[in-house]
Design a binder for this molecule. Structure first.
Ligand code: AHM
Ligand code: MG
Length: 349
């Protein structure tokens, strides 16, 4: 596949690898791309069209909704509901599964999404994105239980980043590829083929304000990096935190690094900060397909059996050698404190 190939052509060529394919997945992906273009257009106009600011509601997790959270959620539903490729949807902004209404054709896929990730960046004109995950369904009327599949079962994972350029990054299990929206022709074109996250890096991304609540392995990792040339790595590190996971992860896909939203005492009761089904799982799929590692510190994220649509988990992802150091710290800590540690990694020292 050559650089410059349109997303629609890439999808059809992938479809041809499976003679039994009906084309439903290809059409679903085209609908998702259209939804992302529509959200991108609303994001670009910003204050000009009154999409900034708070809505008069909270979401099901008690978080203040922004107007754009609601608009993006509605645009995603609107672009996907009528085509007949989906059995049901679920989103960060809706407490329960959103069924395809009776009378509308239904398909064999489940679509889970975070319509607007990094909501706190909306009003400051910072980068934001949409994250999505597609799984299979064998039911005509799926329930929440049908959505609770391990991340390894995702058919496709992706995000759309609304940055200086709008980019869609996807994996259908054959590597991770990025397509940039060419605004002149209104099409996403392949600009980054088979992304490989560098194994080493001197950059990490973490909300330092939570430091006092972190567990010892994460404190140990950051203290080592802060020591710079005098630390065990013998080099100076840089810290970056955008506050929108799509952007912080995109940087890692482009040039390596480590991103973490680990467990801390302030969020332990909730299980973590980021949501498994529509944040951690799709991002972990993209990162692993690009040669990186994704873990809670103790378990591989993609192996977790979800317990609910809005379950939260600790997330530590990125360059192999950085994340392996963190895993080694967690392994020792788990042994000392009789905690379960199951992440298998060939790089363990
Ligand atoms: P959101 O989906 O409601 O925007 O929340 C998720 C975001 C992530 O994108 C980001 O990494 C994190 O929340 C930022 O958290 P913090 O506010 O602690 O910096
Ligand atoms: Mg989010």
């Amino acid at each position: 596949m050559q650089l410059g190939t349109p997303l629609s052509q890439y999808l059809i060529e992938e479809q041809r690898l499976y003679p039994e394919a009906t084309g439903s997945f290809t059409l679903l992906m085209n609908d998702i791309a259209l939804a992302c273009k529509t959200i991108s257009a609303a994001v670009r106009k910003g204050a000009l069209v009154d999409v900034l600011g708070n809505a008069e509601s909270d979401n099901c997790q008690g978080e203040q909704q922004k107007k754009l959270d609601i608009i993006a959620n509605e645009l995603f539903i609107k672009n996907n509901i009528w085509r007949g490729h989906i059995a049901a949807m679920a989103s960060e902004e809706m407490e329960e599964v959103y069924p395809i209404p009776d009378g509308q054709p239904k398909g064999k896929y489940l679509l889970v999404f975070d319509p607007l990730d990094g909501s706190s960046n909306i009003d400051v004109d910072g980068p934001i994105g949409t994250i999505f995950s597609i799984m299979r369904s064998d039911k005509e009327n799926p329930t929440e239980e049908d959505f609770l599949q391990e991340g390894t079962k995702q058919v496709c994972a992706g995000y759309c980043l609304y940055g200086p350029a709008t980019m869609i990054v996807i994996s259908i299990g054959h590597g991770t590829h990025a397509f940039t929206l060419d605004p002149d022709i209104g099409e996403f074109v392949l600009t980054h083929k088979d992304i490989q996250i560098p194994e080493d890096s001197a950059e990490y991304s973490i909300n330092h304000a939570n430091r006092l609540g972190w567990e010892k392995p994460m404190r140990q990792y950051v203290e080592d990096r802060e020591a710079g040339k005098n630390g065990p790595k013998g080099k100076r590190y840089t810290m970056r935190w955008v506050g929108a996971m799509v952007m912080d992860v995109h940087r890692i896909l482009m040039r390596g690094g480590m991103f973490a939203y680990p467990i801390d005492e302030g969020i332990r009761a909730k299980g973590g900060r980021l949501r498994l089904m529509y944040e951690a799982n799709p991002i972990s799929f993209l990162v692993e397909q690009a040669g990186g590692i994704a873990t809670t510190g103790y378990q591989r994220i993609l192996d977790l059996k979800p317990s609910g649509l809005h379950q939260r988990v600790p997330v530590i992802i990125g360059s192999k050698n950085e994340v392996t150091d963190i895993l080694n710290f967690h392994k020792s800590y788990a042994e000392q404190n009789s905690l379960e540690f199951t992440h298998k990694c060939r790089l363990f020292s």
